[in-house]
Design a protein around this ligand. Structure first.
Ligand code: SF4
Length: 258
């Protein structure tokens, strides 16, 4: 079974220590009107430090196929991966194939996914996606963005998870709640809409990094850069982060960085 690897922050990484980390040119010019939060050298440094923290991370949703990952991702909306991972093993034991799901009505599925929240809509999406995959795609989850987006309940976030994680295709950046929050804190975007945030990120992150970057930032959001009271004192990105809601800072904070 392909499962998400745990990602323990390595905050004591010697090359990431705050005391020794050199200031970037983009930081040195700060105060002279030259600070550019998306300067290539700053973005490279962010990616390097994320690598130091979360080198080999992937999606935490348990799955054995593209279909299982698609279902798990649909169920994860407004829920947690831990909660979804409690539900899916029994779900896929009960309904092992996409054809089994396609034969259901949404109402029949509801009790099995109830604990993930929003179960009526999620049941509708999962059953609708199964029916379309069986009728239009020969029972296989499509591996093309424009096709996967035709499935009920599948928007870009879900499509990017499945295409990036299962099919290893860097078609976009997954903008979930963690990527949304942290991209703003790190001033990689000033936008608030997931679609525009994704466009901003794909302009500055090398394409081959899109999926890995998504997973790394999601893990960072779970482990250190949490929504309330981020653990900045333990964060190796601290001296290049100017987030307005930092809980501890050695650099000036920027009021728009949140
Ligand atoms: S320093 Fe704080 S706000 Fe900035 S990335 Fe780290 S945990 Fe998040």
């Amino acid at each position: 079974m392909r499962t998400g690897k745990s990602a323990r922050p390595h905050t004591d990484h010697p090359s990431l220590g705050r005391a020794t980390a050199p200031l970037l040119a983009s930081q040195k010019s700060q105060g002279k009107g030259g600070y550019n939060p998306i300067a290539p050298e700053r973005v490279r440094e962010i990616l390097k430090r994320l690598d130091g923290l979360y080198l080999e991370v992937t999606c935490a949703l348990q799955h054995r196929s593209a279909w299982e990952l698609l279902v798990a991702t649909i169920l994860s909306a407004q829920s947690t991966d831990v909660r979804v991972n409690m539900v899916t093993p029994e779900l896929f034991r009960k309904y092992p194939t996409v054809q089994d799901f396609a034969a259901l009505t949404p109402e029949q599925l509801q009790p099995d996914v109830r604990s993930t929240g929003f179960f009526r809509n999620k049941s509708k999406s999962v059953v609708g996606a199964a029916k379309k995959i069986v009728s239009d795609f020969g029972g296989q989850v499509p591996d093309q963005m424009e096709q996967i987006l035709t499935l009920p309940g599948v928007a870009r976030k879900t499509a990017n998870v499945v295409l990036g994680t299962w099919f290893r295709k860097n078609e976009g950046v997954v903008v979930d709640t963690h990527v949304h929050r942290i991209s703003r804190r790190l001033e990689l975007t000033r936008n608030d809409d997931p679609k525009t945030i994704e466009q901003d990120l794909t302009k500055i992150i090398p394409r081959e990094r899109w999926t890995l970057f998504s997973h790394q930032v999601i893990w960072h959001g779970r482990k250190l850069c949490v929504a309330r009271r981020p653990k900045c004192v333990d964060c190796p990105l601290e001296n290049i982060c100017h987030a307005a809601d930092k809980t501890w800072s050695t650099v000036e904070v920027h009021k728009n960085a949140k």
